[in-house]
Every structure is written in structure tokens, then in C-alpha cells.
Design a protein around this ligand. Structure first.
Ligand code: CP
Ligand code: NVA
Length: 308
């Protein structure tokens, strides 16, 4: 049985297999053909943090696959009153067929998975957001940016930056990350990514200069400067991230036909300017929609690999 906790656990071939599956499922769905790959299955969805896209896409996704989504807010579960995660895992996984969790520590997901009888999907942790990257890569493919792309990530060295590191290092493309000093990516995750990169041929460049990162890139991306759980740091971060907004001037350094991706929610006037956001709204909202299709691919793939 496989879990989907981080792309670190997946080979290039497996990642591409899931993307191909997602693409196939999306094409059929667009024609009104919703094959019930997960007929009568239940997806438990545990949320310890807020969500718009993750909740809606998983709930609609499992429904379109013939199953049912169960929204479980940690505030309403006994988990919120101190019931251990490992007990929660042992109870819930006897009743549902798959679980998605949005939480803080990656360890929480790992603990749940250890005690779970069914596949567990990371719907965002402080360390990674792997399902988002599956949607992002599907979008890159749809915009013809999946062959030897140069991706520039400008902003916080957070869960999105870490997930980009894993995707690039597994698939073997060029990724440049520019963060302010003091907001670099986690050094252990970087080391792991560099190890994968040495066999995949990925080029990973880490620095503090957003212009240098964006120059000549054909995919530019960023994320909020203040992730969920860090609200108290906002004032300081806004000062420290001065000069890191992806604005028109910054975007003009990228290739002419570069796309701009954002996992959303976006904070205009902070990590991205209104003008850049609105002029790239097509790809940004295709990316958001692709959460639905990509995650259907992830769920069907995990179900197929249950017995192996
Ligand atoms: N991108 C993303 O995960 O959005 P939500 O927080 O709305 O789920
Ligand atoms: N880095 C952001 C991503 C939100 C989808 C956060 O963790 O809040």
C-alpha cells in the first residue's frame, strides 16, 4: 500500500504515470464521461487548517469518481480535544477507504499513515504540498512548459518551495529559488533534493536575488509570504520581503511567453502585483481547476496500488 505524503517517495515514472492518468481522466470528464473508478468508496478529509481549493477539489473529485467525501474538521473531532492521532487513524481507517489530511507537522501525517489501514494523502503540511505540485505540473504540460522548463520560484522558503524542490529534482528540470535572507528552504530537504538531482540531471539554483532567478525563466511562481499558522510574523515578513513582489518589471525578465503560476490564495500587493496576477489569470485558474483533475489521478493511482 502506498501513501502520498511527499513527492520524495515517488519515482519520476510514478509521478508521470499519475499525471498521465489525471490528464486522461480530465479529458473524459470534459466530455461528460465520469468513470466511477472509486465506486462506493469513502474519502475521509481531515482539516486542521482552512481550505477552499483542497476541500472542494477532493470532495467533488471523490464524488465524480463514484465515491463520497467526508469532511472532518479537527475542531469537531475528538482530535481537537486531545485524542491521539494514532488512535484517530486506527478508528477512521477502519471505516473509510482513503484519507486526506491537512495539518501542521509532516510527522503528524507520517504517524497517521503508520497506523492507517488505508492510503493517506497529504493535503498540505508545514513542509510540503505535493497534490498542489501535481496540479501545477499538469498545468505546465497544458501550456507546453513541461519539456526542459526553467522554473523560478520567488518568495518564502516554505512548503511550496520544498515541493517544487522535490518535483524538479525528481523530474530533472531547472529550478531557481530566490528567497530573502533568513527565509531559505530547509537545509535537510535541500540536501535530499540535491541527491535526487544528481541522478535526474535537475539543475537546482538557490539564491537571494529574485531578478537573477526570473531572468530567462519560462515558468514563474510564488506563494504567500505568510503561510497558515504564521500570522503573527506578518508585519516582520512584509518588511523582510521588500523587493520580492513579482511585478511587471520583474516578469519582463522572464521569457516572453512565460507563464505565471500561483497555488492561491494570492495576496496582491505583496507576493504578486495586481497587474501580473490579472494578466496571468488564465493559467492561474486553470492551475486551480487542475487540483480537481490531478487529485483524481492521485486517488485512482493509490487505489490501484493498494494491493501491491
Ligand atoms: N492552494 C490551496 O491548497 O488552496 P486552499 O488552501 O484553498 O486549499
Ligand atoms: N504556503 C501556503 C500555501 C497555501 C495553499 C500555506 O501553507 O499557507
Amino acid at each position: 500500500m502506498r501513501h502520498f505524503l511527499t513527492l520524495k517517495d515517488f519515482s519520476k515514472e510514478e509521478i508521470l504515470e499519475i499525471i498521465d492518468l489525471a490528464e486522461k481522466i480530465k479529458k473524459k470528464a470534459k466530455k461528460g464521461d465520469f468513470k466511477h473508478y472509486l465506486k462506493d468508496q469513502t474519502l475521509g478529509m481531515i482539516f486542521e487548517k482552512s481550505s477552499t481549493r483542497t476541500r472542494v477539489s477532493f470532495e467533488v473529485g471523490i464524488h465524480q469518481l463514484g465515491g463520497k467525501g467526508l469532511f472532518l474538521s479537527s475542531n469537531d473531532l475528538q482530535l481537537g480535544r486531545g485524542e491521539p492521532m494514532k488512535d484517530t487513524a486506527r478508528v477512521i481507517s477502519r471505516m473509510v477507504d482513503m484519507v486526506m489530511i491537512r495539518t501542521y507537522a509532516q510527522n503528524t501525517l507520517e504517524e497517521f499513515a503508520e497506523y492507517s489501514r488505508v492510503p493517506v494523502i497529504n493535503g498540505l503540511s508545514d513542509s510540503y504540498h505535493p497534490v498542489q505540485l501535481m496540479a501545477d505540473y499538469l498545468t505546465m504540460r497544458e501550456y507546453g512548459k513541461d519539456k526542459n522548463p526553467i522554473v523560478a520560484y520567488v518568495g518564502d522558503g516554505n512548503n511550496m518551495a520544498h515541493s517544487w524542490l522535490m518535483l524538479a529534482s525528481k523530474l530533472g528540470f531547472e529550478l531557481r529559488i530566490a528567497t530573502p535572507k533568513g527565509y531559505e528552504v530547509d537545509s535537510t530537504i535541500l540536501e535530499e533534493a540535491l541527491t535526487f538531482a544528481s541522478s535526474s540531471g535537475a539543475v537546482i539554483k538557490i539564491g537571494n536575488d529574485p531578478k537573477e532567478a526570473i531572468k530567462g525563466a519560462n515558468v514563474v511562481t510564488t506563494d504567500t509570504w505568510v503561510s497558515m499558522g504564521q500570522e503573527g510574523d506578518k508585519e516582520k515578513k512584509v518588511k523582510d520581503f521588500k523587493g520580492y513582489m513579482v511585478n511587471v518589471k520583474m516578469m519582463s525578465l522572464a521569457q516572453k511567453d512565460a507563464i505565471f503560476l500561483h497555488c492561491l490564495p494570492a495576496y496582491r500587493g505583496y507576493e504578486v502585483s495586481e497587474e501580473v496576477f490579472e494578466s496571468h489569470a488564465d493559467e492561474i485558474f486553470d492551475e486551480a481547476e487542475n487540483r480537481l483533475h490531478a487529485q483524481k489521478g492521485v486517488m485512482v493511482w493509490l487505489d490501484r496500488n493498494k494491493e501491491e
